[in-house]
Ligand binder design. Structure first.
Ligand SMILES: [Zn+2]
Ligand SMILES: [Zn+2]
Ligand SMILES: [Zn+2]
Length: 481
C-alpha cells in the first residue's frame, strides 16, 4: 500500500461550495499538506507511443506490450509494475480491435480499480468517485452530446466484462472525469502527457488566490522498488502559512485573466460562479487593463480602444503564425503590436504581457538571446505585480528568463533571476523535484560565473564559450513546449 500522509486535513461542509478540505493544524509555507497517488491515470492518445504507461516518463525507444501492441513501457520493471492496472485493459483493447480515446480508457481504468477495491483504494482516501459531483444537470447541450459519445464508446469497449453498468452510472463517471481530471506532466514537469483522477485532490475547492498549489512528483526513477518506481503522485503544497482550521484551496485556472473572464472560464468548465475575494472585489483587474500615464496624462479612451482592438486581432494572427511554424512572421507581428502598445498600455496590461511572452520565447528559440532577455525581463516584472508571490507559473517564467539572460551573457541579471526562481520553486515544487534540482545546479553555475566575471571579464567570456558548447543543462530548462 502506498504511504499517504492525510493526518493534516479533514473534510468539512464548505457552504454552497459543497464539501471542502481544511487543515487540522497550522501549515508552514512550502510544507506538503498531503501526498496522493493516482486512483487511475492514462497517457494521452497523442503520447501513447512516447511515454511510459506506467511511470509517465518520456522514453525514446519504449518497450511495447506484445499482446495489445498499444501500451509502452520504459522496461520490464515498469511493465510488471503496471500489469495489475493494465491486464483488463489489455484484454479489452485486443477484443475491441483498437484502443479507445483517453477519456474512455480513464473511465474503464477507474471502474476496474473500483471493482477491485470496492471504491476505496487506500485507507487514507477521503471520498469515492460515487460521491463526487458530476454536474451533468448543469451541462450545455454540446457537453451532453459529447458525454453521450463517450458513454457509447465506453459501452462498446466494456462489452467483454462480466459486470455491466447502466448508462446513468457511466455518465456519472464521465461527469466526474470532466470536471475533476488532473493533467499529468512528464518527469521534468514541462510537457502534459496524460490525465489522472485523485479523489482527495477533488475535494480541494477553487480560489483564484489560493493558499496551496498542486505539483506532480514522479519520485525517484532510480528506486529499485517498483512500487516507488512507477508512482504517479501529486503533492499539495502550502503557498503561505495556513492557520489551523482554514479551508485549503487551489486555483483551477490561470490568474492572468480579469475576474469576469476567470468567472466565465470556471463556469464553463467547472459549473460554478466564483465568489472568491479576488473575483468579488475585482482585485488587480485595474492593473491587468492599465494604461500608460505620461506626465500624469492618460491616453484618450478612443486611442486605448483602438490599441486593444488591434492587440486582440494581432494576438490571433500571432497564434496562427505560431501554429504554422512561421516564426519570422510571429516576431514581425509582435514587434508591430508592441510598437502600438508601448506608448498606450501599462507594462502590466495582459495584452502586452502576452506579446512579451511569445516574442521572448520565439527569439530565444532563434538564439537572439539579448533581445529575448529584454522582453523576458519586462514580462517577469509585470508578472511579479500580478501573481501571488509564490505562484508556480511566476517561478517557471522567472526561471526561463534567468536562463535566457544567462545565454545572453548577462550574468548578473541571470543569477538574480535564477535565485528568485529558486526561492519560488523550493516552495511550489519542493527540494526533491527534478526541476528544482536542475535549478539548483544552475544557481551554483551562475554564482561561480558571476564571481569570475567580477574578478576578470575576459576570463569570464572565454569560460562561457566553453560552457555554451556543452548546452545540456540549460536546454533542458528552457525547452517549454
Ligand atoms: Zn516507466
Ligand atoms: Zn497490453
Ligand atoms: Zn475567483
Amino acid at each position: 500500500m502506498t504511504p499517504q500522509k492525510m493526518d493534516a486535513v479533514e473534510v468539512f461542509a464548505a457552504g454552497e461550495k459543497g464539501r471542502g478540505l481544511r487543515t487540522t493544524k497550522e501549515m508552514k509555507t512550502g510544507e506538503v499538506v498531503f501526498v496522493e497517488a493516482s486512483f487511475a491515470a492514462v497517457v494521452f492518445d497523442s503520447m501513447s507511443m512516447h511515454v511510459c504507461h506506467s511511470c509517465f516518463r518520456r522514453q525514446v525507444n519504449p518497450h511495447r506490450c506484445a499482446q495489445c501492441k498499444f501500451a509502452h513501457y520504459c522496461d520490464r520493471t515498469c511493465q510488471r509494475a503496471a500489469w495489475e492496472e493494465h491486464k483488463h485493459e489489455c484484454a479489452a483493447i485486443r477484443q475491441h480491435g483498437k484502443a479507445p480515446s483517453e477519456n474512455v480508457r480513464l473511465a474503464a481504468r477507474a471502474l476496474w480499480r473500483m471493482q477491485k477495491h470496492k471504491g476505496k483504494a487506500f485507507d487514507t482516501q477521503l471520498t469515492t468517485l460515487d460521491l463526487l459531483e458530476d454536474h451533468i444537470s448543469a451541462m450545455s447541450p454540446e457537453d451532453l452530446k459529447q458525454l453521450k459519445v463517450d458513454v457509447d464508446n465506453f459501452q462498446n469497449y466494456w462489452q467483454g466484462n462480466s459486470r455491466q453498468y447502466s448508462t446513468d452510472y457511466v455518465s456519472h463517471i464521465f461527469g466526474v472525469i470532466n470536471c475533476n481530471a488532473f493533467t499529468l506532466s512528464d518527469q521534468r514537469g514541462l510537457q502534459a502527457v496524460g490525465v489522472g483522477l485523485f479523489p482527495n485532490l477533488c475535494l480541494v475547492n477553487h480560489d483564484c488566490w489560493p493558499n496551496c498549489t498542486v505539483i506532480l512528483n514522479h519520485g525517484s526513477q532510480t528506486a529499485l522498488d517498483s512500487a516507488l518506481h512507477s508512482q504517479r503522485r501529486i503533492e499539495l503544497r502550502a503557498l503561505e502559512t495556513i492557520p489551523e482550521g482554514a479551508e485549503l484551496t487551489v486555483s483551477y485556472v490561470d490568474f492572468l485573466n480579469v475576474s469576469k473572464d476567470r468567472q466565465k472560464l470556471l463556469k464553463k468548465q467547472y459549473y460554478f460562479d466564483c465568489k472568491c475575494e479576488h473575483c468579488s472585489n475585482g482585485i488587480k483587474d485595474d492593473l491587468m487593463m492599465a494604461v500608460k500615464e505620461t506626465d500624469g496624462k492618460k491616453p484618450s479612451a478612443d486611442l486605448v480602444k483602438e490599441v486593444t482592438d488591434f492587440s486582440v486581432e494581432a494576438l490571433a494572427k500571432i497564434e496562427q503564425a505560431r501554429i504554422e511554424g512561421n516564426f519570422h512572421e510571429v516576431v514581425k507581428i509582435c514587434r508591430e503590436c508592441l510598437g502600438k502598445q508601448e506608448p498606450v498600455l501599462a507594462e502590466t496590461h495582459l495584452y502586452q504581457l502576452q506579446v512579451f511572452r511569445v516574442i521572448s520565447e520565439v527569439l530565444s528559440y532563434q538564439q537572439s538571446f539579448q533581445e529575448a532577455a529584454e522582453y523576458a525581463r519586462r514580462m517577469v516584472e509585470g508578472y511579479r505585480k500580478l501573481y501571488h508571490p509564490n505562484n508556480a507559473q511566476l517561478g517557471m517564467a522567472t526561471m526561463r528568463a534567468g536562463v535566457t539572460h544567462w545565454h545572453a551573457g548577462l550574468i548578473e541579471a541571470a543569477h538574480g533571476l535564477i535565485c528568485k526562481a529558486y526561492a519560488i520553486l523550493i516552495i511550489t515544487h519542493g527540494p526533491h523535484h527534478p526541476i528544482t534540482k536542475d535549478l539548483e545546479a544552475m544557481r551554483t553555475q551562475t554564482e561561480m560565473e558571476l564571481r569570475v566575471f567580477k574578478e576578470n571579464e575576459y576570463v569570464y567570456h572565454s569560460m562561457r564559450e566553453a560552457v555554451l558548447s556543452n548546452k545540456h543543462m540549460s536546454t533542458r530548462l528552457v525547452k517549454s513546449k
